[in-house]
Design a protein around this ligand. Structure first.
Ligand code: FEO
Length: 398
């Protein structure tokens, strides 16, 4: 029984990483991550699709040789050059001296830059729509720049309806035995998909939309991403999640992000949440920016329709952990939110102004703002009620 077989001629040779704490040095991995790689066997040629992170190469080679034995690999198709997928390239090249790397012009430039592989005879440059003939299996190149880097492309195995999609449709979370979604309970991967999309791909929504347009005419039987499960019976759901997220569409609910040094600004966050709940908002997520994981804050900010951010003035700036969150929002060009802000100060105001400046840069208009001096008074609680009312009314119009 070949347990790595996905469908006729397509085999899984990826590996799990349950050791790395932070993906890209930033995003927490409590459930690990998989680096997916695939072998496609035609009648005459064999292709490897992407490699894995350099630290995982030992197990990667074990998986490859378990699959191919003594036979050769003719092509390495590089759909994406981020080092979590390209780290194995130098070792694959040395092991298979006749293998050619298949990539577009940006891919090849990056391989030369990252890995100092300058022998042009090792490269086969491809363009959008080119087809790699493996003998009864045809891999068609679909360029999808900026999902997630400029060189990103997908490859479509025409005879089998399999798309090797790179980061698109991927998610955090190692594979726990099952590889294809039909072999597992997928429930816990959906939250990891939101987190992966918002953390990694979130800035590139319009490019994801272009890629979805480009792939919409293809018959998809299997989506083989570079991270997470291979999608077979959940294809419609996965495409829908990526479609909605890349259009910045979200679900009913409100995320509240706050910072607080001594609890006074935190009290405003709690009061806003209470007032929202009293007005019927059921999904409310509150994160203390000084303590919460940025990865999860971004994920909830993408997920829910409402976003309320507040913090104190700190040395004439916005409290740094809250500012860090706002930088993440600006970087991801977040849109289509019901936004409100609250700020506080003791002797000179800066937090509210800085929050307003971020919203200006993001071309977003808050539906309500609130500013407090020292600690909450009766007038503050009245302003909290008004803020909650404005947010709920705006949510009803969405
Ligand atoms: Fe999984 Fe953009 O790399």
């Amino acid at each position: 029984m070949n347990i790595s077989k996905i469908t006729e001629g397509v085999y899984y040779v990826g590996v799990n990483d349950r050791t790395t704490d932070r993906f890209e040095g930033l995003w927490s991995l409590p459930n690990g991550v998989s680096y997916n790689s695939y072998i496609v066997r035609g009648n005459t040629k064999t292709a490897l699709i992407d490699t894995v992170e350099v630290g995982a190469v030992h197990n990667y080679f074990r998986a490859i040789f378990a699959e191919i034995g003594e036979s050769e690999i003719d092509y390495l198709v590089v759909n994406h050059m981020e080092p979590d997928h390209s780290g194995g390239i130098p070792m694959i090249l040395s092991h298979f001296p006749n293998l050619k790397i298949v990539g577009n012009k940006h891919t090849i430039a990056m391989i030369k830059g990252f890995y100092h592989i300058n022998d042009d005879s090792r490269f086969m440059e491809v363009k959008d729509g080119d087809v790699l003939d493996l003998g009864g299996k045809s891999l068609k190149v679909v360029l999808t720049p900026m999902v997630h880097w400029p060189e990103t492309m997908m490859t479509y195995l025409e005879e089998s309806g399999v798309i090797f999609s790179g980061d698109a449709f991927g998610c955090f979370g190692a594979l726990n035995g099952g590889v294809v979604d039909t072999e597992m309970n997928t429930d816990w991967y959906w939250d990891e998909m939101y987190r992966y999309y918002s953390n990694i791909v979130g800035k590139y929504g319009r490019f994801v939309q272009k890629a979805l347009e480009k792939t919409s005419g293809l018959t998809l039987k299997y989506i083989c991403p570079t991270h997470g499960p291979i999608w077979h019976e959940n294809i419609a759901k996965v495409v829908d999640i990526y479609d909605r997220l890349s259009k910045y569409e979200s679900e009913p609910g409100v995320t509240i992000i706050f910072g607080s040094m001594y609890g006074n600004t935190g009290e405003i966050a709690e009061s806003i949440a209470r007032q929202l709940a009293a007005r019927g908002v059921k999904n409310i997520k509150i994160h203390n920016a000084a303590k919460a994981d940025l990865s999860y804050m971004i994920s909830d900010a993408f997920r829910y329709e409402g976003l309320i951010v507040g913090g104190p003035t700190y040395s004439m700036h916005l409290f740094p952990p809250v500012e860090n969150f706002m930088i993440a929002m600006e970087t991801r060009e977040i849109k289509n939110k019901v936004f409100a802000t609250f700020g506080s100060f003791t002797w000179a105001s800066a937090a509210a102004k800085t929050l307003g400046e971020y919203l200006n840069k993001m071309k977003m208009e808050p539906v309500a703002t609130l500013e407090m001096k020292h600690s909450a008074s009766e007038s503050t609680y009245t302003a909290v009620e008004q803020l909650a009312e404005s947010v709920v009314n705006a949510l009803k119009l969405k």
